[in-house]
Design a protein around this ligand. Structure first.
Ligand code: NDP
Length: 336
């Protein structure tokens, strides 16, 4: 029998956790032939909600689910973890400055990085969902010196999937036929959703947009005025319409991220993930920034050599500048 994979989920008693657990246990994340063991890590006030979710997992009778443990001790939670989904984070409260938010999250992601360093499996792969995700990932990574830096990532797959959805609607194509969209930079309002290399059914999306909208200028205008802000602010739109934040789509994107990282992106072109920069595309080394990436199953590789026009370079620089500010702030706080 195959040894179960151990998956740690922090904030497992929260909303995204609730949506994630059932899809992981069903086999959607790692394949329907791989048994899984779940570790739900929570803060004390989240434990009851995690216990409730565990009762429902039992009731769902997933054949692949080989055990659920619940703890508020990070050393126990990350013991032997092969995959760690860091969902729990400190939300921005009223009157909270960005520095306060970074400090509060440093208090969560620093110790979690150390616990991963000391207790996780040698092959551990980490994805940070809790915001500010890129910088939380940087903090965790900086506190795990024995773990290769490329095992720490942050989620921009939801932004990527949102971009795919918007483009599919705009060019009237099945979403599965849209390829090679990129989210660059920070998972924040400064992110740059880039369609300059994207294709729909094999045709360059820019050409299809120009044909539909009446020229290249009109296509560019639509991208700048409608598409980019819509993708970047989709979270607020969901809150406005649904009355609460995006949960199922955030969980689904987390599943996609780990699925493609572990099982490979195959022939489907690239995807987007925030990974530790190796200096590619002028992004300073060490920042956790979103790039176009592929995986052969062993790890993410940044897609090399893409041509970027001045508009794209400018947008990427702006988002990367924000990441540098966040890194300076957490350095000043002694968190990295
Ligand atoms: P959610 O499960 O809705 O969200 C969790 C985190 O995901 C937040 O930081 C949220 O950021 C972030 N996020 C990223 N992308 C999205 C997206 N597209 N839409 C919505 N959220 C997104 O929060 P809950 O409050 O329901 O649950 C959080 C749980 O975490 C609680 O049970 C709490 O007890 C736990 N927790 C655990 C910790 C730990 O294990 N050490 C530490 C802190 C909390 P944003 O705030 O920007 O929406």
């Amino acid at each position: 029998a195959t040894t179960p994979v151990t998956i740690t989920i922090t904030g497992a008693g929260g909303q995204i956790g609730y949506a994630l657990l059932f899809r992981i246990a069903s086999g959607a994340m790692l394949g329907d032939d791989l048994p899984v063991r779940l570790r739900l890590l929570e803060i004390p006030q989240g434990l009851r909600a995690a216990e409730g979710a565990a009762l429902e997992l039992q009731d769902a009778a997933f054949p692949l689910l080989r055990g659920v443990e619940i703890t508020d001790d990070a050393a126990v939670g990350f013991e032997g973890a092969n995959v760690a989904l860091l969902v729990g984070a400190r939300p921005r409260g009223p009157g909270m400055e960005r520095g306060d938010l970074l400090a509060a999250n440093g208090g969560i992601f620093g110790p979690q990085g150390r616990a991963i360093n000391d207790h996780a499996a040698d092959d551990v792969r980490v994805v940070v969902v809790g915001n500010p995700a890129n910088t939380n990932a940087l903090i965790a990574q900086a506190n795990a010196p024995d773990v290769p830096a490329d095992r720490f990532t942050a989620l921009t797959r939801l932004d990527h999937n949102r971009a795919l959805g918007q483009l599919a609607a705009a060019v009237d194509s099945p979403v599965g036929e849209i390829r090679d969209v990129t989210i660059w930079g920070n998972h924040s309002a400064t992110q740059f959703p880039d369609v300059s290399h994207a294709t729909a059914g094999g045709d360059p999306v820019l050409g299809v947009l120009a044909a539909r909208l009446g020229g290249a200028d009109a296509a560019h205008e639509w991208l700048v005025d409608e598409f980019i802000p819509r993708v970047a602010k989709r979270g607020a739109e969901i809150i406005e319409v649904r009355g609460s934040s995006s949960v199922a789509s955030a969980a689904s994107a987390t599943i996609d991220h780990v699925h493609d990282w572990v099982l490979g992106t195959g022939e489907r072109g690239w995807t987007s993930a925030a990974v530790v920069s190796d200096g590619s595309y002028g992004v300073p080394e060490g920042l956790v920034s979103s790039f176009p990436v592929t995986s052969d199953g062993t790890g993410w590789r940044i897609v090399p050599g893409l041509e970027l026009d001045e508009f794209a370079r400018h947008r990427i620089e702006a988002s990367v500048a924000e990441l540098e500010d966040e890194r300076s702030a957490v350095r000043d706080l002694g968190l990295v």
